[in-house]
Ligand binder design. Sequence first.
Ligand code: MG
Length: 380
Amino acid sequence: MNKREFIKYSSYLVGGTILGNKVSASVPFFSERQKSRRKNGRLTLRFTPYTLQLRHTFTLATSSRTTTPGMLTEIEYDGLTGYGEASMPPYLGESQESAGKFLSLLNLSQFTDPFLLVDILDYVENVMPGNYAAKASIDIAMHDLIGKLVGEPFYRLFGLNRAKAPLTSFTIGLDSPDIIRQKVAEAEPYKILKVKLGRDNDREMVEVVRSLTDKPLCVDVNQGWKDRAYAIEMANWLKEKGVVFLEQPMPKEMKDDIAFLTQKSPMPVIGDEAIQNVGDLIKNRDVYSGINIKLMKCGGLNAAMKMINVARAFNMKVMIGCMTETSCAVTAAAQLSPLVDWCDLDGNLLISNDPFEGLTITEGKVTLPDRPGIGVRKIA
Ligand code: MG
């Protein structure tokens, strides 16, 4: 398939919202090779549990851990392999066992045409509710495979300019001043830092980081504040400290309090734990001023694209984030980075056993690899 043929095809693939160029009727739609692929090829799914080893104990307001369970997927077609990944931090409720069970139920070999992505993802969606990380691992592998079949990086198939990726942040967890110093040093290539707050030493944490760097900060409270007056006081104090946005300041159930804070806050208030998918986004459109999209929450690139479009229709800010993940899922998410206000795509740097290489950081921005599909290479 040449590029013009793919443009017509991809306008269907992405719901006609991204690419919709007209194709001359004189261009043959399928080459002989494509026809034989469609006739003979079948999708083959493989999956392997993979435990991510964290470089530092990861401490949030509500928990801490040293590993994250994951699942690596591969979808093969006509000699090419698309890579995908599920990362399952405990709070999402998925596990290697649940993902293995879900993936075992899938019969992808019924599909002989990988370009029928909408049909394939609809099938996966309807096999069982939930299982968003497991579904994301299929969505990512399919996007990788399609890009490889066409020979183009997926951001190009979305019609996106990789030079327009925004700054991406590096996360500093809740830690002792010594570890914070070490992490601020590790974050040297980044121009914005994300500080995790939500315990009783928030001001001290911010002061330690501020004593080491004057880079802009963003703050993620992970639902840690329980009182609206305190939240407003902190938002004003953080503004003075050069914080640019506030993420999930209070428990997601405290909707009225968060909506009140959003009205009074001197900076955008972003929903993360509260907003897993498009349905949550619609329900919370008057509660937050922006959303943090993660492939593992929403089920992959297809769902993430829908969320970006809906959020923009509500005039909301959009960031794209990640869990602790390998470069596979992080680089997949980064394909959408030119569409968002902020990226938080450092999950691969938080692990010590990344089996892939993918995106790199230049001048604090995501640099997408110039490789087909989601752009990753397996190195282990
Ligand atoms: Mg968050």
